[in-house]
Design a protein around this ligand. Structure first.
Ligand code: AMP
Length: 288
């Protein structure tokens, strides 16, 4: 496994791999790897000759009051985990390498970037789309793997790839959870014991919505379901603020106000909840 820190050497490498008809699979991450990331790497290993993982905590996608400086980092550990999974290359650039002085180009994916995370974290998806497009141009992969855990991010990247004719296939991989249902996240290390004990209620509430919707053949009133989910999460003392609980069309991310409209598209139920300073997101997709 080789560590690449420069864009030019990485692009030279990926161009030569392409010339040799190697299938490149790419997994972009911000590091501090966990089983969720590793599942994306394993997915890539299944289909690729060469797997490239990027590790870059992208300053552009953090708001001024967010956790950029305290975002967890441990490159040595990440390196070991990647080696264990048979990763071929880690692209590990500095912020200066990615955004040199005078950098001035940004990607704004309208529509799917609005609502949900987009409303709470202004500019976040401009940061995500910009770095991901840059990484796509560097990795030149045949396919790239992202997690369902970040559902809106997945929708934004799929839309960008389609609108801008990006030459990499986008694969979305299922959310990996702890045994008690908590979605794995690098941010889970911020949780204290009491918060950690309450955090699985996010998934519990999502499962509750799924069960109700399926049991009652989609006749459930969304306002009622949302209120029940609020109650369940608010019953946990350390869940200090619910940013949103939302029901959306899984493709367009348009808000769904009623399930009784006869439409047959999948429903994305997603939420963001703060446990003190720690903000967690999760979602579930209900197929119709
Ligand atoms: P991050 O390092 O948080 O930017 O995540 C890098 C990639 O891993 C993104 O595509 C995430 O959606 C994905 N990911 C993060 N957590 C999980 C998880 N629990 N299960 C599956 N994929 C995940």
């Amino acid at each position: 496994m080789k560590i690449l820190r420069r864009i030019s050497e990485t692009q030279k490498l990926t161009s030569s791999l392409k010339a040799k008809k190697k299938i490149i699979g790419f997994v972009p991450t911000m590091g501090y790897l966990h089983e969720g990331h590793l599942s994306l790497i394993r997915e890539a290993k299944k289909k690729a000759d060469i797997v490239i993982v990027s590790i870059f905590v992208n300053p552009l996608q953090f708001g001024p009051k967010e956790d950029l400086s305290r975002y967890p980092r441990d490159f040595k550990r990440d390196e070991k985990l990647c080696r264990g999974e048979g990763v071929d290359y880690i692209f590990y650039p500095s912020a200066e390498e990615m955004y040199p002085e005078g950098y001035s180009t940004y990607v704004d994916v309208k529509g799917v970037s609005s609502g949900l995370e987009g409303d709470i974290r202004p500019g976040h998806f401009i940061g995500v789309a910009t770095i991901v497009l840059k990484l796509f141009n560097i990795a030149q992969a045949d396919f790239s793997v992202f997690g369902q855990k970040d559902a809106q991010q997945a929708a934004v990247i799929k839309k960008m790839a389609s609108d801008l004719n990006v030459n990499t296939r986008i694969i979305i991989s299922p959310t990996v959870r702890e045994n008690d249902g908590l979605a794995m996240s690098s941010r889970n290390v911020y949780l204290d014991d009491a918060q950690r004990a309450d955090a699985p209620y996010l998934y519990k509430s999502l499962q509750y919505a799924k069960r109700k919707i399926e049991l009652e053949k989609y006749n459930r009133d969304i306002a009622f379901l949302r209120a029940q989910m609020y109650k369940l999460i608010k019953s946990r003392k350390t869940a200090t603020k619910i940013d949103y609980i939302s029901f959306n069309d899984n493709e367009t991310l348009e808000e769904i106000k009623s399930l009784k409209n006869g439409k047959k598209t999948a429903v994305l139920v997603s939420l963001a909840v703060r446990f003190g300073n720690v903000r967690l997101i999760d979602n579930i997709v209900i197929k119709r």
